[in-house]
Design a protein around this ligand. Structure first.
Ligand code: NAD
Ligand code: UD1
Length: 339
């Protein structure tokens, strides 16, 4: 059981790069004003790297970059603005490509626009990398590509069954990453994140990640909606661990279009997740149930062996630690009235 008093979230100590030195001189982070991207930006800065961010602030926020803004070059624009993209990528060693339409239901509502961002946008990033001789592209893919196949845990080599536009788009982008290496000699690597959570995840839209929504509901004493029976499960990974995986991927010996799961190897059900949040925040609020979302995956958990062997990646934040840190952050934000 997590204890909120044992772990205190401190922005200044939240530095996954602290035990690593990556010698990256200059990096572009697309989607760097977003939840995960902004933490990568912070880690790169504290590692002495010069950082450029390209983000259209569609779901990201300049608040996420408040501490970093005077140390980075910020382009407020779309990855599909090819001129801006080429300017932003100039002289970089590596691109961390995170900009995307990230919500599965939103891509179901808008399959064409999401494909233009998630597929074409990724192709533009690769083309800019090719044109400007960028050494490496680290791509944020998703475990959504596995779909609802029965085999658990999900292993990188297993057959895929992407069952939403989002999943198809991420799979297509992974293939482009591979081709970027095979046809043009770019170093590329795709990280298949499982469900990422932590400070700065925006809870404000119905498309937001479940932990951010549940945090907002718990702090507002409100009842959350659980879609389906609530026994669907996810492998939740704390954002600092995902940042560490990105930094390892940027400097790993091999980057030939490999695909690597980034998860913890354990999962938790959505009902159980709400019970856990209630138990450490002292609440007894019953959730409301609504029908399962179309395109929703039932069970998801990562096989983590490839991440260990290829990247030397290990989890530093067990779920209960990460959840307590996350709760504290939302609590602090609520008190400060920042968002
Ligand atoms: P996020 O919405 O906070 O970040 C995405 C960022 O991209 C935002 O800042 C947004 O403004 C920006 N963006 C969107 N479209 C853009 C465009 N056309 N041009 C420029 N910028 C654009 O989401 P996140 O959770 O930080 O996700 C980051 C990446 O990780 C995404 O590629 C997502 O698909 C992937 N991912 C996330 C999770 C998760 O659980 N959060 C899991 C698997 C994969
Ligand atoms: C999330 C990410 C997606 C990523 C994928 C990897 C977001 C918004 N989506 O999708 O980018 O590629 O993980 O697995 O970050 N749920 C509720 N109530 C709510 C919200 C959600 O019951 O209020 C349920 C959903 O139906 C789902 C589960 O919680 O079963 C997780 O939903 P969500 O956080 O949206 O994540 P994914 O759809 O898994």
């Amino acid at each position: 059981m997590c204890s909120a008093v044992e772990w205190t979230f401190n922005e200044h100590e939240f530095n996954p790069a602290r035990q690593m030195s990556h010698q990256l001189k200059r990096a572009l982070v697309t989607g760097g004003a977003g939840f995960i991207g902004s933490h990568i930006v912070d880690a790169l800065i504290s590692d002495g790297c010069q950082v450029t961010v390209l983000d259209n602030l569609s779901t990201g926020s300049d608040l996420n970059l408040a501490a970093a803004m005077d140390q980075i070059t910020f382009y407020n624009g779309d990855i599909r603005d090819r001129q801006m993209l080429e300017k932003a990528v100039e002289d970089c060693d590596v691109i961390f490509h995170l900009a995307a339409m990230v919500s599965v239901p939103q891509t179901i509502d808008d399959p064409v626009e999401s494909a233009l961002i998630n597929e074409m946008g990724t192709l533009y990033v690769l083309e800019a990398a090719r044109k400007k001789n960028i050494r490496r592209v680290v791509f944020s893919s998703s475990c959504a590509v596995y779909g609802d196949t029965p085999q658990l845990p999900k292993i990188e080599s297993m057959p895929l069954n992407p069952c939403s536009p989002y999943a198809v788009q991420k799979r297509t982008a992974e293939r482009y990453m591979r081709l970027g290496c095979e046809l043009y000699g770019l170093e590329t690597i795709s990280l298949r994140y499982f469900n990422v959570y932590g400070p700065r995840q925006d809870p404000s839209s119905p498309y937001s990640g479940v932990i951010s929504i549940f945090m907002k509901m718990a702090l507002g004493n409100q009842s959350p909606v659980i879609y389906g029976d609530g026994n669907q499960s996810r492998d939740f990974i704390y954002v600092a661990d995902v940042v560490a995986a990105n930094l390892l991927a940027a400097t790993s010996a091999s980057a030939k279009g490999e695909i690597v799961n980034i998860g913890t190897g354990s999962s938790i059900g959505i009902n159980q997740l709400w019970d856990l949040i209630c138990s450490f925040s002292g609440l007894t609020i019953k959730p409301q149930h609504q029908p399962a979302r179309p395109g929703d995956i039932y069970a998801s958990v990562a096989d983590t062996r490839h991440a260990k062997s290829l990247l030397g990646f290990n989890i530093d934040y067990p779920f209960e630690t990460g959840l307590a840190l996350t709760y504290q952050w939302y609590q602090k934000e609520q008190k400060s009235g920042h968002r």
